[in-house]
Write a protein that binds this ligand. Sequence first.
Ligand code: GLA
Length: 397
Amino acid sequence: MATEIRPGPRPPVKLGQRFAEIYGDADGLAMALAPGRVNLLGDHTDYNDGFVLPMTIDRAVYFALRRRADTLVRMHSLNFAEEIRYDLDQRPEVPPGAWTSYVTGTVEELRKRGLVGAGFEAVIYGDVPLGGGVSSSAALAVATLMALQTLFGFTLDGVAAAGVCQQVEHRYAGVRCGIMDQFAARMGRTNHALLLDCRNLSYNEIPLALDEINVVIVNSGVKRALAGSKYNERRIECQQAVDFFRQFDPAVKALRDVSADLLENHQSALPGKAGKRCRHVVMENQRVLDGAALLNNHDFATFGALMEESHASLRELYEVSCPELDALVEIGLETDGVLGARMTGAGFGGCTVHLAEPGAIPQLKERIARIYPRRFKYKPDVYVLTRNLQAGPVEFD
Ligand code: GLA
C-alpha cells in the first residue's frame, strides 16, 4: 500500500528565518519533516520478527536545507545550538548516540549509495521530547533522509528508507534496535495507526480518528539513560531462547516462530530469564494481532484491556518498566473513562500511552498532576494527541 506524501505543516519555529540568520539568506531552501511515534501495542517484538502497532504523533523533526556548489556539509541544530561541518567524503568521528551521529550517519549511508553527491547546509529543529521514548532519534534520521531526498530528488522507496535509517542507528548510534521506530516515522500516516509485520515489512494502515478516541502520552521525566545496554542485553536473551527452541524445532528462526504449545512444553527448561522474555514476546505478538482487529471494529474498551495486559507483561516478564511508568499506568487505569494504559517503547523510563474517552481528559490530567509529583521527583508532561503527522516535504509560505 503506497503512502502518499503530502506537504506537512509549518514548523513551530520560523526555520527559514533562522536559516537566513545563520547562512546569509534563505534562497533555494527545501524542507522536510519526520514525526515521532507512540506505540499502542507490541513492544520488544520488532527485533523478534514479530508485530507492532505504532502511530505517529504531532511532534516532529524539521530539516531545512540548501544545496552547495562544493562538497562541504554544514548542519546546525537549533535545539543543541551546535553546528557540525565537514567534507562530504570525510565523515568525522562523533560520539555514538549524539545528534551528530544520526545526521552524519544518514548522510553517509546515502553518500555510499551514490544518492547524495554534493554538499549542503542545513538547519534542524525538533519538538519531539529527547530520550522520552517517542523516537526522537528515528525522527531525526528520517527527517534527514527525507530532506536530502527532497533536495536531491533521488528515488528511494519508503520501506527501504526506513531500513537505511535503522542501519544508521545500528552503525552510528550503537543501539541494535528493531525496525519499528524508523518504519513508523517514515510510513505512518495521518489519522491511522500501522500494523507492521517486522519479518517481511508488510503493513496495514488502521484508521484511528482522534476525535473519536483520545491517545494521551505522558512523559515520566525519567530519561532512558541505560536503555542502550539493557536493550542490547534483552536482544541477547531472546537469541538464547531462539537457540534453545531450535533443538526441538529447526524451523524456529526468531521468537516469532515459537508457538504457544512449544513454549508451554519447554519454558521451564529455558536458562535464566529467557523463558519469561520469550513468554512476553509470544503473547505480545498475539495481542497486537487481536488489537488491530479491535481497532478496526472501534472496540476501544477491549483494546484497552490488551494494553493493560501488555504493560503487566513488560513489567513482570520482560522487566523493562520502572516505578514511575507503573505509577502513571495505575493512575490512568484508576481514572473514569480511561480504557487502557501501558508503557510505550523501550522502557526504563520515557513515556506511557493512555487510551481515553474524550470526556476523561480533564480528570486524567488533574490526577496525574496531583498524584505523580507526590511520589516522584519528576514533573510529568501530558500530551493529548489532536492530530498525527506524516513524513514528507514541508512547504514554505
Ligand atoms: C526501541 C527500539 C524499537 C523497539 C522498541 C521496543 O524504541 O528502537 O526498535 O524495539 O524499543 O518495542
